[in-house]
Design a protein around this ligand. Structure first.
Ligand code: G6Q
Length: 534
């Protein structure tokens, strides 16, 4: 075990039970001391159960884990995704045109900008009405077909930045192989005005290809001509052969590279739907926001480095305080898909059980990530966060300026955010409850123990730029945690397993003759019952 890890354990034994009340009482400046600003985001981390020594011990842990070298390796394009033998170079998607990053002797930055320019030209044609459908009508509906990393980023970004989108375009997102998803997304659309973007890095994913084939049949069915595919389907993929086999003209394909992980790909051509909705300029603004945070992560001293500190605080909460879940609580309706996006980013990256060299870890890795926008969550699951038995770490996210001013509503929204993080941190003791005149039998029920850790991210305004910075903040926090846990944050063997298993079972459901089933008795019985009843 690392020396700094042991030192943190000893430190935890000393201050682990110290209440946030005491920590705030001991330092009148605590709220400003444990806060910092970067890339337009303000992070207040003072409501964590830490003191100055906690931070210096966590920084020592980062040093001991070789954090500097690992960050540099990522930015250089080294093969840091070792189980897939690839770099993880999402930072190259948003770096400046002048930068040079080489993968196997090829300058990837130049390639990134070539694709961005092609995307921009296409997006502009669609937005302006110059890209016409097969029958000569302009495109009014864009349906993105993709799943996981080829869906969650685009849908989250569209929802988050809807305020800035071209309102006469309808965007929809189809991911599930459940036919309801595609059927509901297309039932009121005119195929003559509908463009499908088929997003799949591999172009082999069962759900996406099944939906894409069904969408093609729907399109051709309405338009009555196979040739319609050329004007109504474009693809985003690394697999040009697969795209051509499907029948999409390679000139209507936007490429990316195997060094972009699915969940890190929304700044690549996978973001084509986002670019069509927002326009190229605002898409580039979003990339610029990512880039400012990337540069901050790369160059800021560790003690003022926002993603690094956020990652280290997660280590403290997970491994020393025992918080096994993280609630992401945006006080911004436009961020309604942000918790789902972070779920994949964090849990697929760091939900790992072995170290880089394959040894079983003997410490907890990624917490369960979940959340909902405030204030809605306050009327459902916040009860457990306040008074339940598990310790839930919380990230509150709020904006000083609302995008849709309406009376006092934005102030009311933010008043709730501030009040919640305050209530979670500070307790209401039995004596305080009694002093309010509460009858004795009810006193224990009205007590709040407090001492629940939270971060608050306060941002001036939700814009493409600040959204980019916010996502990059979490990406690099995830990376930081992965380095400390010594795991591969960029592979996803659990996801690959699911893809294989479904393909094995589907023929057993479909075969017209009784199949010989060789599963366990539970799975065999379920399959037989399904076959009888379907
Ligand atoms: C992301 C994962 C996974 C992936 C989907 C879709 O990091 O690898 O969510 O994005 O399984 O894969 P394709 O883009 O290849 O269809």
């Amino acid at each position: 075990m690392r020396t700094s890890w042991r030192a943190l354990e000893a430190h935890h034994a000393r201050i682990g039970q110290t209440h946030l009340r005491e920590l705030f009482a001991a330092d009148a400046q605590r709220g400003e001391r444990f806060a910092l600003e970067a890339a337009g985001l303000y992070l207040d981390y003072s409501k964590n159960r830490i003191d100055a020594e906690t931070i210096s011990l966590l920084l020592a842990l980062a040093g001991e884990c070789g954090m500097r070298e690992r960050i540099d390796a990522m930015f250089r394009g080294d093969v840091i995704n070792t189980t897939e033998a690839r770099p993880a170079l999402h930072i190259a998607l948003r770096t400046s045109m002048e930068a040079r990053i080489f993968v196997e002797g090829i300058d990837v930055v130049a390639e990134v900008h070539t694709v961005l320019d092609r995307m921009a030209a296409f997006a502009e044609q669609v937005r302006s009405g110059h890209w016409l459908g097969h029958t000569g009508k302009r495109i009014r509906n864009i349906v993105n077909i993709g799943i996981g990393g080829s869906d969650l980023g685009p849908v989250m970004a569209y929802e988050a930045l809807r305020h800035y989108s071209q309102r006469d375009l309808t965007l929809r997102f189809v991911s599930n192989v459940d036919p309801t998803d595609l059927v509901e997304a297309t039932r009121d659309l005119d195929a003559a005005e509908t463009l499908f973007i088929v997003c799949s890095k591999t172009f082999t994913t069962l759900e996406t290809l099944t939906n894409a084939h069904a969408a093609r049949a729907w399109s051709i069915g309405q338009l009555g001509d196979d040739k319609a595919v050329a004007r109504h389907f474009v693809a985003v993929s690394t697999n040009a052969e697969g795209v051509a086999e499907f029948g999409i003209d390679p000139s209507n394909m936007f490429g990316f590279w195997d060094w972009v992980g699915g969940r890190y790909s929304m700044g690549s051509a996978i973001g084509l739907s986002t670019m069509i909705a927002l326009g190229a300029e605002q898409f580039r603004e979003m990339l610029a926001g990512f880039h400012v945070m990337d540069e901050h992560f790369r160059s800021a001293p560790f003690e003022r480095n926002m993603p690094l500190l956020l990652g280290l605080l997660a280590i403290w909460n997970t491994n020393f305080l025992g918080a096994t879940t993280l609630a992401v609580l945006p006080y911004e309706q436009y961020l309604k898909r942000f918790p789902a996006y972070l779920q994949q980013l964090m849990m697929e990256s760091n939900g790992k059980h072995v170290t880089l060299s394959g040894e079983h870890v003997d410490y907890a890795t990624c917490p369960v990530v979940w959340g909902e926008p405030g204030t809605n969550g306050q009327h459902s699951f916040y009860q457990l966060i306040h008074q339940g038995t598990p310790l839930v770490a919380c990230d509150f996210i709020g904006f000083c300026q609302g995008l849709n001013p309406l009376g006092r509503q934005h102030d009311l929204l933010m008043a709730n955010l501030f009040a919640q993080s305050e209530a979670l941190a500070f307790s209401k003791t039995a004596d305080e409850v009694r002093a309010e005149g509460v009858a004795e039998p009810l006193v224990p029920h009205r007590v709040f123990e407090g001492n629940r850790p939270s971060n608050t991210l306060l941002v001036d305004r939700l814009t493409p730029h600040t959204l980019g910075a916010l996502i990059a903040l979490y990406e690099h926090s995830v990376f930081t945690q992965g380095v400390i846990w010594n795991i591969d944050s960029f592979d996803q063997w659990g996801v690959q397993l699911g893809k294989l298993l479904a393909e094995r079972t589907a023929p057993e459901l479909e075969s017209t003759t009784e199949p010989t089933l060789a599963h366990d008795s539970s799975t065999n019985a379920l399959i037989r019952r399904y076959r009888r009843t379907k």
